[in-house]
Design a protein around this ligand. Structure first.
Ligand SMILES: Cc1cc2nc3c(=O)[nH]c(=O)nc-3n(C[C@H](O)[C@H](O)[C@H](O)COP(=O)(O)O)c2cc1C
Length: 400
């Protein structure tokens, strides 16, 4: 994960999480960024400008006239590759959503032509208040990225959504956003498999699994947003393909294998996210099997392993696999990384409440040959952005 050389304008507003901005600056600097800080008047009640100036190695921008640099709001906005507001108060979000230029930070945000990323942090009721939600939606409509908040215990003692996202996760998501904004996969061809496969038993019955396809479709959207030409090979799901993505619809593991083989050699990156059946009925009955009181046995035969089959190609794309495990996740996933000769494995924590098949959230550990990144429970959309960013970074390093 690299923010090497990036100019980050960190806006700190007056919430209790303002104390975390000190550690955030250290983390951003550790990842290679140059940081300048602008604090709101209210933020200075929570943490001193001296602390943030020392850590960022740069004077902090504060409200009030600065005769040495009267056009600071424009100059600093032009200096920045990204404006990051962390923490962003409800007040700040409201000001931004309505185009206020009432202090240095709001004026600078209005003048910014670079990406703007907002990390909200507030009491759960303030966050879920329709006024805040409407302001957030309005900002998103203007192209501002909202990262977080997460749910949990709050400083006020209440429990709910509103906590500032963890600092490592802010760095992951910020990098993902910048990678996407910079079209990190421009000119690259990416194939993604998604959803379940269904293996016919007879004309009306089949074997399948609980995969909804949400993760694979989110990956297709994120890869497309990052500039890639995306082919999505999908089993049957209840979703439409993201706009701009080429959809190849299949049913069985064999059809998915054939669809992958048909064009995978032209791909730069292959992401095997589908929950492909490991077995299929050995024979498919041509007529519906009649109900009978007898015990019935269906002989199953293994399907072709799509990910492993890439190793037989003369030119193999950068390969990313998924491992859905309920126990010893890291060990099994590392085994799969070696056995299938993948470049990266996304180890899925199946079994964590509210994640995995069908849910809107997921949590994964990204494992590579010399890489391990934890992506904690979050929406599949955010997770997909982070995954695509890590895939793009690792792919580029491999090509160097
Ligand atoms: C002790 C204390 C903690 C606060 N924590 C938050 C917070 O976490 N999030 C928030 O949106 N507002 C919080 N507020 C309210 C803001 O400080 C207030 O809305 C202020 O006007 C924000 O100004 P700013 O956005 O210019 O920094 C807090 C206020 C106090 C007194």
């Amino acid at each position: 994960m690299s923010l090497q050389g990036k100019h980050i304008l960190l806006g700190v507003s007056g919430g209790i999480a303002a104390y975390k901005s000190a550690e955030l600056i250290r983390l951003l600097v550790k990842h290679g960024a140059q940081v300048r800080v602008v604090m709101t008047h209210s933020a200075t009640q929570f943490i001193t400008p001296l602390t943030l100036a020392t850590l960022s190695q740069h004077p902090v921008g504060l409200d009030g006239e600065d005769l040495d640099e009267p056009m600071r709001h424009i100059d600093w906005a032009r200096w920045a590759d990204v404006v990051l507001l962390a923490p962003a108060t409800a007040q700040r979000i409201a000001l931004m959503a309505h185009g206020f230029a009432s202090d240095l930070l709001s004026t600078l945000c209005l003048a910014a032509e670079c990406p703007v990323v907002v990390c909200p942090a507030m009491n759960q009721a303030m966050w879920s208040n329709p006024a805040t939600q409407a302001n957030v939606a309005r900002l998103e409509g203007y192209g501002v990225a909202i990262i977080g908040p997460e749910a949990g215990e709050q400083a006020c003692g209440e429990i709910g959504a509103g906590r500032l996202l963890t600092l490592t996760e802010i760095v992951v998501q910020l990098t993902a956003h910048l990678n996407s904004a910079e079209q990190c996969l421009a000119g690259k061809k990416v194939m993604i498999t998604a959803g379940p496969t269904i293996e016919a038993i007879d004309p009306v019955r089949f074997l399948s699994n609980h995969s909804s396809g949400k993760m694979g479709y989110a990956l297709a959207q994120a890869a497309y947003s990052a500039g890639a030409e995306v082919t999505l090979v999908s089993g049957p799901v209840a979703m439409s393909a993201p706009a701009g993505v080429t959809l190849v619809s299949v049913h069985s593991a064999e059809q998915m294998f054939n669809a992958v083989q048909a064009s995978v050699q032209q791909m730069d990156i292959f992401i095997g996210c589908a929950a492909v059946a490991d077995y299929r009925p050995e024979s498919v009955q041509s007529q519906k099997i009649k109900k009978s009181p007898e015990v019935m046995t269906i002989q199953l035969t293994p399907t072709i392993d799509i990910l492993a089959s890439l190793n037989d190609l003369p030119t193999k794309p950068f390969a990313v696999g998924f491992a859905a495990e309920t126990q010893n996740i890291k060990d099994y996933a590392l085994g799969k990384l070696e056995a299938k000769k993948c470049d990266l494995i996304m180890a899925n924590h199946v079994g964590i409440e509210g994640t995995g098949f069908g849910s809107d959230d997921n949590a994964v550990t990204v494992l590579g040959h010399d890489l391990q990144i934890e992506l904690p429970k979050q929406s599949k959309t955010m997770l997909a952005r982070a995954m695509i960013s890590i895939i793009a970074d690792t792919y580029k390093q491999r090509k160097l």
